[in-house]
Design a protein around this ligand. Structure first.
Ligand code: HEM
Ligand SMILES: *[C@@H]1O[C@H](CO)[C@@H](O)[C@H](O)[C@H]1NC(C)=O
Ligand SMILES: *[C@@H]1O[C@H](CO)[C@@H](O)[C@H](O)[C@H]1NC(C)=O
Ligand SMILES: *[C@@H]1O[C@H](CO)[C@@H](O)[C@H](O)[C@H]1NC(C)=O
Ligand SMILES: *[C@@H]1O[C@H](CO)[C@@H](O)[C@H](O)[C@H]1NC(C)=O
Length: 210
């Protein structure tokens, strides 16, 4: 029995760690499926109850310290819609990025926008947190998951080093100090409260300093 416990523990460490679980942000009250990294990084998503034709979802992303946190809405770094955010003097700076090569990804432009949710966007004594409606973010060109996916893999990346121009949302960044992919149960990420949460968001921003 002891041997099988040890074996199971070893396997769980290898394949079980990169999975999102339920997480409620205390300040906004929004419930996400979220991946949490030992560094304090986290990435959560919330979706509407009916996925049919949906293009919008809510993202919460954050971390500890002064470095950046990023996400790939398709899983890989390359040819995916990326979200990149970092704290700057108690506010958050964020942008969409996209690249077809490994290197600091340039700002991406498109119909997608970020609409910040005020009480889900804050810095406390331990973490910074940015919560926004990702509007028109679900794309059909392979750069994101698709509306009727019941499960998906999202990419995460973080650096403990702050971008060179913290006040500029288009700043280049140095390479992540940790990166990988995590499985998200999108059925569990759906909520009948999504429509209400979505109304809490403010005006759209593409590359923004909040
Ligand atoms: C100078 C900046 C960057 C460089 C040089 C870089 C380079 C790389 C490389 C070489 C890999 C493959 C794994 C490895 O060898 O470590 C990778 C993976 C990854 N990167 Fe980046 N990256 C940069 C910035 C970013 C940013 C800003 C994001 C997100 C906003 C990001 C997201 C990811 C993700 C999710 C992976 C894991 C999935 C995959 O392997 O494609 N990267 N990166
Ligand atoms: C967050 O803000 C919204 C909109 O102002 C509000 O309705 C909601 O109750 C707030 N959440 C919490 C937990 O106070
Ligand atoms: C940081 O923010 C505070 C409060 O908003 C402000 O008083 C201060 O001048 C800012 N500092 C810098 C360096 O921008
Ligand atoms: C700060 O915010 C993070 C993210 O919401 C939360 O996990 C943490 O418990 C908060 N810390 C304190 C001291 O309130
Ligand atoms: C998700 O699950 C529903 C209900 O079981 C099913 O109709 C749908 O085809 C599934 N979506 C995908 C992409 O497999």
């Amino acid at each position: 029995m002891k041997l099988s416990t040890l074996l199971f523990g070893g396997i769980a460490t290898l394949v079980g760690a990169q999975t999102a679980t339920a997480y409620t942000d205390a300040k906004s009250g929004i419930t996400f499926q979220a991946y949490q990294h030992t560094t304090g990084y986290f990435l959560g998503v919330a979706l509407p109850e009916d996925p049919t034709g949906n293009t919008d979802f809510i993202v919460t992303i954050g971390g500890k310290g002064s470095g950046w946190s990023g996400a790939s809405l398709a899983g890989p770094m390359k040819n995916a819609l990326l979200v990149l955010a970092w704290p700057n003097n108690n506010s958050i700076v964020s942008s969409f990025r996209k690249t077809n090569q490994y290197g600091s990804p340039p700002v991406a432009t498109g119909t997608f926008t970020q609409l910040p949710i005020a009480n889900g966007t804050y810095t406390n004594t331990t973490h910074w947190t940015y919560t926004f409606v990702c509007s028109k973010c679900i794309q059909s060109d392979g750069t994101t998951f698709v509306a009727n996916d019941n499960t998906t893999v999202l990419g995460y990346a973080l650096s403990s080093t702050a971008p060179s121009q913290k006040g500029n949302a288009a700043s280049s960044v140095s390479k992540h100090t940790s990166q990988g992919q995590a499985t998200f149960d999108l059925v569990k990420a759906r909520s009948r409260d999504f429509a209400t949460w979505k109304t809490w968001a403010a005006a759209p921003k593409v590359a923004n300093a909040l």
